[in-house]
Design a protein around this ligand. Structure first.
Ligand SMILES: NC(=O)c1ccc[n+]([C@@H]2O[C@H](COP(=O)([O-])OP(=O)(O)OC[C@H]3O[C@@H](n4cnc5c(N)ncnc54)[C@H](OP(=O)(O)O)[C@@H]3O)[C@@H](O)[C@H]2O)c1
Length: 336
């Protein structure tokens, strides 16, 4: 059987904010699979902030994309043809096929997923996938929160941040979110159960953060950087820990516009441990993390939310929107 593929290609290296014109959508035929290969129809595509880094040629932990490449990305899909004995038609797989409707693989790098009627496949890109594992790894391995401590997380309503605060609560901490807008902050407190959430767009970040953290800050899970980091640095307690997960407020600024942190000295005066981390480099912990996260999701103790764009054509717009905070929860694209 022959299939028509649709792909989103990386068409132009952005300088500053990504534009929809930096992407190109093409259609082509899916090649026939050979012995040892399988064909996957992708159901969901994950849109993640790290993809902005791959569009840059600046030095990083991963090589950037080349113009003309299919945009990279995690996917969940169904095997629709297989000439690989390890996979059969109907298997659900987690892959890294990128922004396209179909993917051909020899099986390497794919993960077979359990299929439960009550679990949407999209969950394997969200609370049962990379973002949640990122929260788990950063908090447990670097943040190391103790009961009674105050844990602050930025981008608190998002895929990673929402899990960080809920895990902190489960560890007996005071969980404080920072998010953009009243609706997101209400969700973080009322639905996710954080103790407080600071709306950084309200105009009085320092005052609101001080009120939300009367005992200072012991762990700051950093997702955004910029002015928010500076405000947090002023509230750190001695021996605070900072898992440095992301810097999303700076991903689209040019080097001349990048924010210069002013309160850097607080790291010394408070003897702070700050460690950047990349979740992929903690592969040995993924199964433990997934086991714990799975139990919490299944028992209803871990809540999550999705923003789902409809169709691959809408992926560029949804991606840019996510970098601007227009998503509310994990940003996905429904492909089929
Ligand atoms: N180190 C790793 O291995 C790893 C793995 C996964 C993710 N990450 C990082 O984790 C962070 C969160 O990723 P995610 O997938 O969970 O995305 P997300 O939080 O679901 O979405 C991104 C959020 O960033 C916030 N944001 C955007 N611009 C901002 C600004 N100027 N100031 C403050 N907040 C801003 C927006 O929330 P508001 O509306 O609240 O502003 C937006 O919703 C990112 O920095 C990402 O790069 C790192």
């Amino acid at each position: 059987m022959s299939y028509k593929n649709k792909q989103v290609l990386f068409a132009n290296r952005p300088h500053g904010w990504v534009q929809e014109s930096d992407f190109k959508i093409v259609e082509n035929d899916v090649p026939a699979i050979k012995d040892g290969e399988l064909l996957v129809k992708n159901l969901y595509l994950s849109l993640d902030p790290y993809m902005r880094g791959r569009m840059s040629n600046a030095k990083s932990y991963a090589t950037g994309m080349q113009i003309g490449d299919v945009m990279v990305g995690g996917t969940v899909g169904t095997v629709i043809e297989s000439r690989n004995p390890e996979y059969k038609e109907g298997d659900l797989v987690l892959g890294y096929f990128g922004w396209q409707l179909y993917g051909v693989s020899n099986g390497r790098g794919l993960n077979k997923l359990p299929q439960h009627e009550s679990v949407s496949p999209s969950l394997y890109l969200n609370a049962l996938g990379m973002p949640a594992i990122t929260a788990w790894v950063g908090l447990s391995q670097i943040g190391d929160p103790k009961p009674g401590e105050t844990v602050v997380v930025s981008a608190a309503s998002g895929a990673v941040g929402s899990i960080v605060g809920q895990l902190a609560k489960l560890k007996g901490c005071r969980a404080v979110g920072i998010a953009g807008g009243k609706a997101k902050c209400d969700y973080v407190v009322n639905e996710l159960g954080f103790d407080a959430c600071v709306d950084y767009k309200a105009g009085h970040l320092k005052e609101d953060l001080a009120e939300a953290t009367p005992d200072g800050i012991d762990v700051y899970f950093e997702n955004v950087g910029g002015e928010i980091l500076d405000a947090v640095l002023e509230r750190l307690n001695a021996f605070a820990r900072i898992p440095l997960c992301g810097f999303v407020s700076q991903y689209n600024v040019t080097s001349s516009d990048s924010y210069c942190v002013k309160n850097f000295a607080a790291l010394l005066t408070n003897r702070v441990k700050l460690q950047g981390f990349i979740v992929g480099e903690f592969a040995e912990l993924w199964s433990q993390a997934l086991q714990e996260l799975g139990d919490l999701v299944m028992s209803g103790q871990l809540k999550y939310r999705e923003s789902v764009a409809d169709g691959l054509d809408n992926a560029p717009k949804a991606f840019i929107g996510m970098l601007k905070g227009e998503n509310f929860g994990k940003q996905l694209v429904k492909l089929a």
